[in-house]
Write a protein that binds this ligand. Sequence first.
Ligand SMILES: [Zn+2]
Length: 446
Amino acid sequence: MYGQLYRHLLLPLFDGVKGRQTMAHWRDAEASQWWSRERLEELQLNSLRSLLTHAAQTCPHYAEQWAALNLDPAHLQSLQDFTAWPLLTREIIRRNRLRLRTTAAVKRMTKATGGSSGEPLQFDLDSGSNDRRTAMTYRGYDWAGAAPGTKQLYIWGTAVGNVPTWKRLKMDLHHRFDRHLILSCFEFTPAQMRQHFERMNRYKADVIVAYTNPLYEFARFLKRESLVPVKPKSIVVGAEKLHDFQRELIEEVFGAPIFETYGSREFMLIGAECDRHQGLHLSIENVLVEILNEDGTPTPHGQEGNVVITDLYNYGMPFIRYVNGDRAVAGLEMCSCGRGLPLLKKVVGRQLDTLGTPDGRKIPGEFFPHLIKDFPAVRRFQVVQEKLEQITLKLVVDGGLTLGEREQLLGAVRKCTGTEVDICLQMVDDIPLTNAGKLKVVVNAV
Ligand SMILES: [Zn+2]
């Protein structure tokens, strides 16, 4: 009831009051998701041409760069032609932010990405494109039964530091109004997890929305303590890579299907799963997503490559062929649901650091989450390499590890690193998350 009221009355009302177009964009997106691929790509090409023309005329950085390369938006005949255009990196944005902005009169807002990659970034967008990306998020979350107005429980990073009381009250009011209960994923001690569990069961949410790793940590805790949560209808996870073993355990403990989403501060929702779970449908009316090899050529379907994104509507500070640092696998051409939106088969996320050894071995960071999952007592961990000859495993453990478990863990790591590396197990009380609520799992500080 509240959900319907919220969606059909309150949201449109807000749009009217604030001069936004969110609901109109959402309605359009509900229709266009069923268009043929050809029609969607035609829409993309038209949007892209307009964006490039705007950038060439009003953004000093792009104007100069493209003129020097003799690239003219008027000559863009197909999406394939676009592969000739230069890439944009975080470093370029940091150095040229003001020159990337448009000189045209658009209403701009400023945002910042968290430091989970160790590289915070400030950027701008125009408020019209904010309405479009919000609409894409509504649509994608709706696929997971999590449209605005549904009763949602968030396990999420909450504001850190000194937040003024008025701001906290305002946020609380917003959450109540949106029917969101926010539980902090910071300071995830057993006592707090038990409290979260009790609040969760009283709240009886339709949907749980969570960062992947804290939810996995929480699910392991519930299983270990034989605590049975009230079943939601679905679970939405994002912000961090979802491993298959994490999906299995979370679905088992909460008794509901997981919907993976992929987004970022720069673009909001880039992709989301529908109920067929065959991959993540890309929000291609809003973003042009390319998967590229190191040499800039398109990565064949089924293989992993670098994610490169163009926001088709951010006229305030255009992101054109932005390398966001994530890796992903391009997927099947079509999903069995019939939507024309292409799929990402898998989001690998930000690549974990690779560790090295004196005898030249390379150990992919992915090794560690797979290893640690077999030690249920380990609640959180971090692997740090400060010297080539030494790797430290920091572990937050409930009740300690038995001698056998320690040997088993050390043995598995040694097998991988060889004998020239000293492996140090360090039991710690906590491993702080980054300001964005994420955990840097593997750190190569050599
Ligand atoms: Zn689908």
